[in-house]
Design a protein around this ligand. Structure first.
Ligand code: NAD
Ligand code: TYD
Length: 361
């Protein structure tokens, strides 16, 4: 019999990609619990709206009563927790939602799951998994020549976002250590790909380029991130669910470190070919250096050898192949972009970039 899982945050960027692939692969029923914040879009799930194996529930991971009833009703064999406030810049403007969802919400989710798991019959208790999706940002910032983050790197989160994710990771760890809850944690680098909300660097740059707006680079643009194509991340999560050691942490990365300015220039070059500007100039002319992010982490880099050695996972996409797929998706899905960049999005862009001296809205 196919299994049922509960995915939280499955209307967001990575969660939606994960849900779509899970259903496409025929892996079973997905109960998708999402609060539908500004970042959650049912637009991401239109292709599965009539699929009986997708059950969407509008709700909050902090609502323990709702979770308890969902767990009783659907008897899942696993929970995959994507739900979070995820944008560093927003956490700088207003950290409270990050504490509520990422810390308090994860706590309530863990409490509901612990009670459900404790009542399962022994065989089902053995099979059950709670997979927590986290970030490389919990490890803090690296200097240029430091070795990449391994799973034993000490935690040193620098933004309200990463601090709240670090707190949630610690709670998950404690629920395994104290109560024996069969947890798994993945710490991943920067994802990119289809359905990425255009407040993050890559989709924002594609969106602004096509709209003839400035392409804002914080500070010098020399900060380095490791980029992972989103479906590679989803495959890693499926692999960890399937074969990960209970209580373990797995770092997931793309082996693609790049300074932000290089990412933006690559996007401009690609767009110059695929969708040339009417005036024949390069999109690179739209690059604008703006005020830096407060406390901007210099470099993230993931050492993904543990998951490669122990579970045989490696990313399939290179940055070149992944970024091409991403640009193509955005060019082919301009309706999606228009639908998700209305109302609240405009308000955010105005507020966030006006403070940096840019008029991007
Ligand atoms: P996202 O912001 O696109 O989506 C988050 C989703 O969670 C949205 O659908 C939102 O509506 C939902 N949500 C928010 N608060 C909720 C709550 N209280 N209850 C239920 N649902 C709620 O984020 P994403 O980029 O898809 O990231 C997913 C997860 O992966 C997050 O936990 C994030 O920390 C982690 N992560 C992201 C990246 C990245 O590059 N995007 C990298 C590493 C880890
Ligand atoms: P972002 O996509 O917000 O992801 P994160 O902060 O989680 O790494 O940003 C990626 C990098 O790009 C980060 O160093 C900040 C930078 N950045 C810009 O230079 N300009 C922008 O407009 C945005 C949104 C980000």
């Amino acid at each position: 019999m196919k299994k049922t899982i509960i995915v939280t945050g499955g209307a967001g960027f990575i969660g939606a990609n994960f849900v779509l692939e899970w259903l496409k692969l025929g892996l079973g029923t997905v109960v998708n619990l999402d609060k539908l914040t500004y970042a959650g879009n049912l637009e991401n799930l239109v292709s599965v709206r009539h699929n009986p194996q997708h059950i969407f529930v509008h709700g909050d991971i902090g609502d323990q009563a709702l979770l308890t009833s969902l767990l009783q009703e659907h008897q899942p064999t696993a929970i995959v927790n994507f739900a979070a406030e995820s944008h560093v810049d927003r956490s700088i403007h207003g950290p409270e939602d990050f504490i509520q969802t990422n810390v308090v919400g994860t706590f309530h989710l863990l409490e509901a799951v612990r009670a459900y798991w404790a009542d399962l019959i022994e065989e089902d208790r053995q099979d059950f998994r709670f997979l927590h999706v986290s970030t490389d940002e919990v490890y803090g910032s690296l200097a240029k020549d430091d070795p990449a983050f391994t799973e034993t790197h000490s935690y040193a989160p620098n933004s309200p976002y990463s601090a709240s994710k670090a707190a949630s990771d610690h709670l998950v760890r404690a629920y395994h250590h104290t109560y024996g809850l069969p947890t798994l944690t993945t710490n991943c680098s920067n994802n990119y790909g289809p359905h990425h909300f255009p407040e993050k660097l890559i989709p924002l740059v594609i969106h602004n380029a096509l709209a003839g707006k400035d392409l804002p680079i914080y500070g010098t643009g020399q900060q380095i991130r490791d980029w992972l194509y989103v479906t590679d991340h989803c495959a890693a999560i499926r692999r960890v669910l399937e074969a990960g050691q209970i209580g373990e942490v797995y770092n997931v990365g793309g082996w693609n470190e790049m300074p932000n300015i290089e990412v933006v220039k690559t996007l401009c070059k690609m767009l110059d070919v695929k969708k040339p500007r009417a005036d024949g100039k390069s999109y690179a002319d739209q690059i604008a250096f703006v005020e830096d992010r407060l406390g901007h982490d210099q470099r993230y880099a993931i050492d993904a050898s543990k998951i490669a050695k122990q579970l045989g996972w490696k990313p399939k996409e290179t940055f070149e192949s992944g970024i091409e797929k991403t640009v193509n998706w955005y060019l082919e899905n301009q309706d999606w972009v228009s639908n998700v960049t209305s109302g609240e999005y405009r308000h955010w862009v105005q507020k966030q970039y006006a403070e940096r001296g840019e008029e991007l809205a």
